[in-house]
Design a binder for this molecule. Structure first.
Ligand code: AKG
Length: 285
């Protein structure tokens, strides 16, 4: 099983992520890792309530189970042993990556379950390095519910300080992106990718995303989302944000970077012989 990315993270990946807030990363994990994840996913899908994870609000016609990495098994082994941290860290320009959340999403054939347009503004952090890497465990295509993104929208959010829900000031709402699709004056482009098992999309916390139901007669659509933080992420102790299990969010210090812990272990640190990538200029709090 590979410990370093199977393919190089290129300057193109870095530039695409910075410009668009989302990038497709193809085949960074070997087939043994992906087979292991598929086994883990199958166990959860067969009996979500027995898995020890937490079913998400979108659970139902879609299997949606979070915090799987917190118990022994394939997903934990992958999170702690694979090059996931390095893949994310090198792409987003971090020097350290820490784990905090994972979420399995499985839409069986003919699942009507739509994931409505949203950005991941639920997490208890300010800052910009709070990405999500969604790893395909099945083929993913137009028919079975691939994820669509509004590229570049993170720059608008960062420039205007816009976050919705408790993460923001309560006044911010997204436009109706379904209407904007056909609006030639809309300044952002919609992007999406077909994926093979092992391919991934890595996206910024401020990037709106959406997936339609699975219209396929026979092809499930399964992906594991892993959420991590980089150097530029700071506690945001606010009621209504999703806490990290085992950490009392309201007792955390606003603006402080989460210390490495059992709940938020370091997955990757940039080797000491490489120049630092992160300069703490964006501190949000
Ligand atoms: O799997 C999907 O369709 C949605 C994934 C998602 O919304 C997320 O990972 O935040």
């Amino acid at each position: 099983m590979n410990r370093s990315p199977l393919n190089p993270i290129t300057q193109q990946h870095v530039d695409d992520y910075e410009r668009d807030g989302v990038v497709c990363l193809r085949q960074m994990f070997d087939s043994e890792w992906i087979d292991l994840l598929r086994q883990g996913a199958e166990q959860i899908i067969a009996d979500p309530s027995a898995s020890g994870g937490l079913t998400g609000p979108s659970h139902g016609a879609m299997t949606s189970v979070a915090h799987n990495w917190r118990r022994e098994g394939p997903i934990r082994d992958f999170v702690l042993g694979s090059p996931l941290g390095e893949v994310v860290g090198r792409t987003i320009g971090a020097d350290t990556i820490q784990m905090f959340h994972d979420h399995l999403f499985h839409k069986p054939p003919q699942s009507p379950s739509i994931m409505r347009w949203h950005a991941d503004h639920f997490w208890p952090f300010t800052g910009t390095m709070i990405p999500n890497i969604w790893i395909a465990l099945s083929p993913v295509n137009e028919q079975n519910g691939r994820i669509e993104f509004v590229a570049g929208y993170h720059r608008f959010c960062m420039e205007t300080g816009s976050r919705f829900g408790p993460a923001g000031d309560g006044t911010f709402h997204f436009p109706d992106f379904e209407e904007e699709r056909d609006n030639p004056a809309f300044p952002f482009k919609f992007v999406t990718w077909d994926l093979e098992p092992g391919d991934a999309v890595l996206f910024h916390v401020d990037i709106p995303h959406f997936s339609k139901g699975n219209a396929s007669e026979d092809l499930p659509r399964t992906g594991l989302a892993v959420r991590v933080i980089g150097d530029d992420a700071y506690w945001c102790p606010r009621e209504g944000l999703m806490p990290v299990p085992g950490i009392d969010l309201m007792s955390t210090r606003e603006g402080e970077h989460p210390a490495p812990s059992e709940e938020m272990p370091v997955l990757w640190s940039r080797p000491a012989n490489e120049p630092r990538a992160f300069a703490p200029k964006n501190k949000a709090a």
